[in-house]
Design a binder for this molecule. Sequence first.
Ligand code: FDA
Length: 309
Amino acid sequence: MLSTLSRSQMLQRLASRYGMASSGGFARRFIAGETVEDAVAAARSLETRGRRITLDYLGESVATVEEATAAAREYGRLIGVLVAAGVERNLSLKLTQLGLDIDQATCIDNLRRILEPAQRHDVFVRIDMERSAYTAQTLEVFETLWRLDYRNIGIVLQSCLHRTDGDVHRMNELGARVRLVKGAYHEPADVAHQKKADVDAAYLRQMQRLLSHGNYPAFATHDERIHQEVRRAAAARNLRDDAYEFQLLYGIRRDLQETLLAGGNRVRVYVPFGHQWFPYFMRRLDERPANILFVLSALVGEWRSPHGP
Ligand code: FDA
């Protein structure tokens, strides 16, 4: 239902009015802000507290070449800002933001516009994985760039998909860096596991393969049980804590960031920012219904305040 709501124009207008209000906007828990300056400030604050970061300039499903080119340009600008600000050089992006819905060539051109300066400035670029309709194409684009010798790139694989064991194998063969996630999209039974237990079992299996044969894998989850299993599996292989990392989303389970850091692990926080935050925000609500209550109570507070509508 939330994915239908996320396409509602009225809801988007309401959200943009209240969600990012400078203080207390209900989306601010999950999104660092709308400007590059907001993102850099959030990154600095996280780094001061021992976290690594990756910045995501939010945007997806663009329909025109102009929008896709503008997004690539904005990422180029972001690279300059990161270098000047001295925060960690690590980006995450979505291919539909760069024109994958228009055609693959446009998307690859735009991605190369980002990867060129990224390579010069030692910026790592992670390609997020979107819904299953894009999985094959996303991996094709990734392999095309790999063949072109770009090595400052990484990919995301989703344990919920039936195909992922094979994709883990392939990425391990290439030596590509994988971020393993459970998957944020509702997918049909012919392409994805429908039971949480099956997704978790796939995650654990794939985690083992990435630890044994992968290149600096990233385990992106807020699932404490999986964190423990990763640590156990790494210890069983005598892997050092810097052979892999954990990744968590901005504003979610900050207590776990502390626990992992205290245990000597590397922790990276995914910091999203930008005006196009609504679809990302709706996915976070969809993952955890309790977040809807959090938003509703923030909205009630907003309406009760003397500055309310
Ligand atoms: P699970 O859903 O089992 O949750 C475990 C626990 O985490 C919950 O019990 C709760 O405590 C907490 N939790 C989870 N989600 C929460 C939320 N929204 N709010 C509050 N608490 C929450 N997906 C994708 O399809 N493509 C991608 O490219 C990425 N990229 C990505 C990067 C990073 C750094 C992370 C952490 C995640 C992603 N994801 C993603 C999202 C991922 O697929 C998944 O939807 C979320 O991480 C939620 O699932 P968990 O693995 O946390 O487990």
